[in-house]
Each structure stands twice: as C-alpha cells, then as structure tokens.
Design a protein around this ligand. Structure first.
Ligand code: ADP
Ligand code: MG
Length: 389
C-alpha cells in the first residue's frame, strides 16, 4: 500500500473510533482520475483514456442495527439521515455533499440489496471541483464500503454504473460514466480505454517509470462561470451536427464525412465536429503507441489535443493555455488541458529530470500573467477502488 494511502487509512480509522466510539469494520479507498486524452468525446459515443491518480477518498465504515446513516466528512462536516429518507430519492431529496455519500446506498437498495444503517467516515486529499472527480471518488468509496458490508455486485462496470446513477438520480448531475469507471476499474501502471458507446473497457499499459517519464498535473484552481452553459451548448451542437450527417453520434463520422457536409454543417458545427472526430483518432493513436511500449512518443498527440480544444472546440482558458505553453517551453514532451475546460487542470508529460524545472516555469508564468498560483503535482497511474482492511 502506498505510504499516503496507509496514512489516510490510519487517520480514517482513528477518526472513526473517536466519532463513533467503536472501531470500523473495514477501510476502503477510491481514487480520483485524470483523463490522458479523449476530451468531449464521451457524450459523442466516443473514446476516453483516463487513469487513476494517487489522490483518494478513504472511508471507514461499520454496519448499524437500525436504519440510520451517520455520515462524517473530515473536510465537509456531518450529516445524519435515515435510509427511509432515501426512498424514492430524487435530486434535492438529500442536500449537499451527503447526496454523494448516501446516493450509492439507495442505488444498491434499488438493485435488490437489503441495505441497513451505516456509520461512515470519509477523508480525502482530492481537490474539490478541480475536475479530478472528487465526486466519483466519494461515490465509489462509499459504494464499495456498503457493498462489502451489505452485499451487491462484484463487477467493477456494474458498480460504476450504480455510482453514476447515484450522481445522476440522487445528486442530479448528468455526468457520463467515465469518472466512475475510472475510479472503480483502473489499474496501477495502466490507463483505461473506455468505449463510451458499448462501455467496453480495456487496460492499456502506461509504464512511465520504465521510460523515465512523469505526468504532472497543474491544478489551476479556477472554474470559470461559463462552464455549465458552454458544456450544454457544446453537447447540443454535437447532436445537431450528428443529426445533419444522419448519424447516431459523431463517433460514427470521419473527416471525409465532415468535409463533404461542410456547407450544410456551417463553420461552427464543422469545427466542433472536427475536434470530436480528430480527438477519437488521437485516442487510438495514443493507445497504439502505449501498447507498443512507447509512452515517450505520445506527447505530440497530447499537445495537438490541446490545440484542438482551444481552437476548434473553444473550451480552454487563459490559465490552461499558460500552463500548457510554460510546460512545453520548459521541456515537457506534451501537454494539454484535461477535463471539460474553462479552468480545472492541465496535464504535462515530461522526462522525470525536467519535472522541477517545469513546475517552476509554470509557477513563474502564472505570476507573470497575474494569475493565482496553481498547484502542481506529479502523479502516476494507480489502482482503482479497493478495500484496504
Ligand atoms: P469534482 O468531481 O470535479 O471534484 P464536483 O462538483 O463534481 O467536482 O463534485 C464535488 C462535490 O463532491 C463537492 O461539492 C462535495 O459535495 C462532494 N465531495 C467531494 N469531496 C468531498 C469530501 N472530502 N467530503 C464530502 N464531500 C465531498
Ligand atoms: Mg465530479
């Protein structure tokens, strides 16, 4: 077990004992994720390639004899509810963060599991709202705890679907399946190729250490107000483009299809669709290189993804462009915004020896542009959700 996971597990165990006056029956952890490539492809039935990072939500939990859910987040406070409160749960039934922790229980119950009450404490080192998917990490960690204590499915894909439905139906966020699949199913040293149409997934080796490479995450710690509206608008535009092409989704289109229909699509829809088509192709190109053991060669695809998101899809932001440009200038092999855009995180692939110079260069570039200092950290692909003890 990595040292930081062991440390979080110890902290969760002792905080649980202190709050609830008894030891937990188990400890679980679920990771956050970064998408290596495949951005804004998920809702176009396309391909994504996330990996789990070494930041986790850690849960300590124990069954109760009644139907009470006593929830403690060391970051967000406490909440107490009854399982009965979740009956017929809809968005808004449970307020705030407790919906992320309690929602998965309700989905388990609806799946036919006889769930009872729980004392549950969680702690997390995942930045909230940075696009690293702290939400899926909360859902997956609590779902795994409830599943082990009360029963339920074994397959990661089924668990991911339950966690996603908790976010859709109890929290009320219409997110896709990527975050929960990544948190549940990723493996150390691998990225997870996910076909968002069939939901088929495949482990792809991402052997960075052997190649002397590191992945750096730049958390810009900003989230621009346009994000929600722009996201909905991009989705609509893609649906329209697919409709004009007579296709179920842009996943089915080629660049030749787009060129042949350029006038009918109009320039804006053409460029949005071109991003999606090229991004899917880049995912496959990166997967091919990784399968050939050449992570050192994927950098250009990452950087091309960023340019496409900035210029064709237009979801970047000054902070993300600054991070990418500074990282590349300081020796990164490739860099891109990751996540939906308008803030959140950027990702840079770099020789391990350049990590410090890149971190310093990014910090200096933010200062030069009068931007709030970002948080930069190195990460490597880790295991998905698991029981620790
Ligand atoms: P992201 O998933 O990108 O981090 P979201 O807005 O999807 O951002 O999810 C963030 C929400 O997840 C928080 O507002 C909170 O409700 C819940 N959450 C995340 N981390 C914790 C935590 N440590 N304790 C309790 N709730 C958390
Ligand atoms: Mg989220």
């Amino acid at each position: 077990m990595p040292a930081e996971v062991a440390e979080a597990a110890r902290a969760a165990r002792s905080a649980f004992a202190e709050r609830f006056g008894r030891p937990p029956q188990g400890l679980w952890a679920a990771p956050a994720r970064v998408n290596l490539i495949g951005e804004h492809t998920d809702y176009n039935d396309g391909f994504v390639l996330p990996f789990a990072i070494g930041r986790h939500v850690t849960v300590a939990a124990a069954r109760r004899g009644d139907d009470l859910l006593r929830l403690v987040s060391l970051q967000k406070g406490t909440a107490t509810l009854r399982l009965g409160d979740l009956a017929g749960a809809r968005p808004g039934t449970v307020d705030g963060w407790a919906a992320y922790a309690a929602g998965p229980l309700w989905l388990l119950a609806r799946d036919g599991v006889q769930v009872g009450g729980l004392d549950l404490l969680l702690t997390s080192d995942v930045p909230v709202g940075s696009g690293l998917s702290s939400s899926a990490a909360v859902e997956c960690a609590t779902l795994l705890a409830a599943r082990d204590l009360y029963g339920g499915p074994d397959e990661p894909a089924r668990l991911a679907r339950l966690a996603q439905r908790a976010e859709n139906e109890v929290v009320g966020v219409p997110s896709g399946i990527m975050d929960q699949m990544a948190s549940m199913a990723c493996r150390a040293g691998h990225a997870l190729l996910l076909d968002c149409r069939s939901l088929a997934s495949d482990q792809v080796p991402l052997a960075l250490d052997d190649a002397g490479l590191v992945l750096l995450v730049v958390d810009t710690r900003v989230s621009h107000a346009l994000a929600d509206g722009a996201y909905a608008e991009r989705r609509r535009t893609c649906e329209q483009a697919a409709g004009i092409l007579g296709m179920a989704a842009l996943r089915d289109a080629t660049e030749a299809d787009l060129d042949a229909a350029r006038d009918r699509l109009g320039e804006l829809r053409y460029r949005r669709a071109r991003h999606v088509v090229r991004e899917n192709a880049r995912v496959h190109a990166v997967v091919d290189l990784l399968r050939r053991g050449r992570p050192d060669l994927i950098g250009d695809r990452l950087t091309a993804s960023h340019a496409s998101l900035r210029d064709d899809y237009q979801v970047s932001a000054a902070e993300l462009d600054t991070a990418v440009e500074a990282a590349l200038a300081a020796g990164a092999l490739g860099a891109r915004m990751t996540g939906a855009g308008f803030g959140g995180c950027a990702l840079a692939l770099a020789p391990a020896a350049a990590a410090t110079a890149i971190t310093d260069a990014v910090a200096a570039a933010f200062a030069d542009h009068g931007l709030r200092p970002p948080e930069v950290f190195a990460t490597r692909p880790t295991d998905g959700a698991r029981r620790l003890a």
